[in-house]
Structure formats: C-alpha cells, structure tokens
Design a protein around this ligand. Structure first.
Ligand code: NAP
Length: 348
C-alpha cells in the first residue's frame, strides 16, 4: 500500500487554484517509539492554510514547495507506540493532507475523540470541532456578549460564522450577518435565525447598510474577514463595543498588500476594545464549549452546515472553492475509504 499526499506545487498568486497542488505517492511511514501511525478520515479545510502557502512564516512555518499541505484531521490510530493511545482510537490533530500520518505528543491540537454514536463524525472537524469552539470562545471570552446586545458577524454563512450566528442568537443577542451572496443572506436569516443579513457585494456603501441593519448600533463585531468590512464595521460600533479579531480572510490571498483600515480613531472615540485571539490559547475553555455545543446540536437548536468534498485528490479544488467564497458551512475533505475503515462510525 502507498501513501498519497497532496503537496504544494507552486506558490498561489491570489486565490489558490487546483493547479497549485499536486498529488504524489510514497511509502507509508513506520512509527517509532513515541509515535503512532494514523489513518486520516476527514480533513478540515482552514482559511489559515492560505497563510502557509506563500513561503513566509506566520504563527506556523511556511509549507515548502513540494511539501505536504498541513491541515487538521480526524483520524483513526492504526499502530501506536505513544502512551495513552491505542490502535482503533479516534483522534484529532494537525496532520498533512495524506492517507496516513505520523502523530506524536507534539502534534498540534492532538486530542482523543469519543464521538457520540448519534453525532456524525464529521461534526468533530467543524461545528463540534475547531469552528464551533472558535465561535464559542470568541463570542464569550473576547466579545463578552450579553443578551440584548447587537452582534455583527462577517462570513456569517461560513464554518465559524454560521456557528457564531447561532450561538449569539441562543444567548439572546440581536444578530446581523455579513455575507457575499443573496443565497447566503437567505440562509443566515431563514435557517440560522439572524435578525438580518447584509450582502457586502451588492449593498452599496457597507457602513450605511450595516447601520440600517443595526439601527441601535453594533455592540460586538465578530470579525472573520478584516479589510474593508472591518473598516465599515468600526464606523458602526457603539461606545464600549468589542471587536473580536478572529480572522482576516479578505487579505489572505494577497498578504503583501493588506487593506488599509481608516477608521481606527473609532477605538478612541467609542472606547472600543479590539482583541485578536487564536483558539490554541484557549484550549482550557474547549471542554465547556464542547459540552454546550453538543447539547444545542442534540436539541436541534444549532444546525451544523457542512460542505463535504469526497476524495483526497480533490482537496486542492475544494480549497480553491472555499477561498473564492463559493461554499457554505464547514468545508471538509472526506477521504476515500473502504467500508471496513469506516464501520461502525456514523461518518456524516
Ligand atoms: N482565531 C482562530 O483561532 C481561528 C480559527 C479558525 C478560523 N479562524 C478564522 O475564521 C475566519 C473564517 O474561517 P472559516 O474556516 O470559518 O472559513 P469560512 O468562513 O467557512 O469560509 C471562508 C468564507 O470567507 C468569506 N470570504 C472569502 N474571501 C473573502 C473576502 N475577500 N472578503 C470577505 N469575505 C471573504 C467567504 O464568505 P462570503 O461569501 O460571505 O464572503 C467564504 O465563504 C478566517 O479568517 C479564519 O482565519 C480563526
């Protein structure tokens, strides 16, 4: 048996294209003491991966040309020489886009999963995984949302934004989503329960559109996109408002030309708090978040939106679709697996 890997063929210019990636085959690695061999089941497509494709370091090392694409996966342990893990265990961790990965105690985000039989395994890569946890931690720990406040959320139909929209509603907030298509706007209001949605591509002046959708101003802005949307949101914030810096996807495809933000004076004028965060720093908050999210999903109060692409060879294409804003919900790549590799799990 061989190990297929998706590698970086060339540095993307702008939005990544499927041709920026290549599929190669090699031997399956042999785990040594302290390591385990895992079979990847689902890859979670992350906006942050874009930042690793340009050959420049950010909070992770860049992926070199020819190097395997790094990404979080749900995987099953095939062989373990790592204390605390056994063959058959289901785990989550930052691996590579490949059939089989080596994992060890230093694997970023390594955790053992105990999926509930009634919950699809794919949810642990998205709504009940990093996306849900990021939305929950951002809203509570950084945004400190209170019932009755107005919460504005960008990329509101995306993996993180769709969870943030529903959580903020469940906490009694007025929620307004910013999205890139009318279809997404309808979904955010009709399915996710937001009070209103703004299509930033067709609304004309965005600050005016936000003000109309948020007549009492914005108390908390959950920023997934940065750029011109952040600039417009700042203009609409109420005094003592909070800006949750979750991500700035609008600049990821052209990192050398970040969008100027002209409304920074609002931080002083409105005594705003603006704080960025990375989920990794708040892992102690994840168990409580996970428990609450499970309860809401079970009760049918949260809808987990997924966009699943089948097969490792399609991972580059799927990533390109995500980074051009063509998708809704959590983007996952389901590995091409044999029936005996998935049984008895409820996959998605
Ligand atoms: N801080 C953390 O720990 C953490 C963890 C996970 C994710 N994040 C961040 O959360 C954000 C969302 O990530 P995700 O994984 O949930 O992705 P996602 O929202 O599922 O997918 C990306 C969405 O971003 C929007 N978008 C793409 N290009 C844009 C542009 N130029 N301007 C404005 N919007 C654009 C598109 O929606 P529209 O059609 O609505 O434009 C697209 O569907 C990212 O910034 C990511 O880095 C942060």
């Amino acid at each position: 048996m061989l190990n297929r890997q998706v590698v970086l063929k060339r540095h993307p210019q702008g939005i990544p294209l499927p041709e920026d990636f290549d599929l190669v085959e090699g031997a399956i690695a042999q785990p040594t003491e302290g390591q385990m061999l895992v079979r990847n089941l689902f890859f979670s497509l992350e906006a942050a991966i874009r930042g690793w494709l340009d050959g420049k370091a950010n909070y992770f090392e860049p992926i070199p040309l020819g190097g395997a694409i790094r990404g979080p996966s749900v995987a099953r342990v095939v062989e373990s020489h790592l204390a605390g893990f056994e063959a058959g265990d289901l785990i989550f961790g930052l691996h590579h886009w490949e059939d089989y990965s080596l994992s060890d105690a230093n694997t970023v985000l390594l955790s053992k999963l105990s999926p509930e039989p009634d919950i699809p395994l794919s949810y642990y890569s998205g709504g009940l995984g990093g996306s849900g946890h990021t939305a929950y931690v951002g809203l509570h720990e950084i945004g400190k949302i209170q019932a009755g406040e107005t919460v504005l959320i960008s990329a509101a139909a995306g993996a993180t934004g769709s969870m943030a929209t529903q959580i903020a509603k469940l906490r009694g907030c007025n929620v307004v989503g910013i999205v890139g298509t009318d279809e997404k706007a309808e979904l955010v209001t009709n399915t996710l329960g937001a009070n209103a949605a703004v299509n930033y591509k067709t609304c004309g002046d965005l600050a005016t559109a936000i003000s109309q959708a948020c007549p009492e101003g914005v108390d908390v802005y959950f920023d997934n996109v940065g750029g011109t949307t952040l600039n417009a949101a700042l203009a609409c914030m109420n005094t003592f408002g909070r800006v949750i810096g979750c991500g700035m996807i609008s600049d990821y495809n052209d990192q050398d030309n970040p969008t100027p933000i002209y409304n920074m004076w609002k931080l002083v004028e409105k005594e705003l708090t603006m704080k960025g965060f990375l989920l990794y720093t708040y892992m102690d908050k994840v168990p409580a978040a996970s428990q609450q999210l499970h309860e809401w999903v079970r009760a049918g109060e949260i809808t987990v939106l997924e966009n699943i692409t089948e097969g490792l060879p399609n991972a580059g294409w799927a990533y390109s679709e995500m980074m051009r804003g063509a998708t809704i919900g959590k983007n996952l790549v389901a590995m091409d697996l044999r029936a005996d590799e998935t049984a008895p799990l409820k996959m998605h």
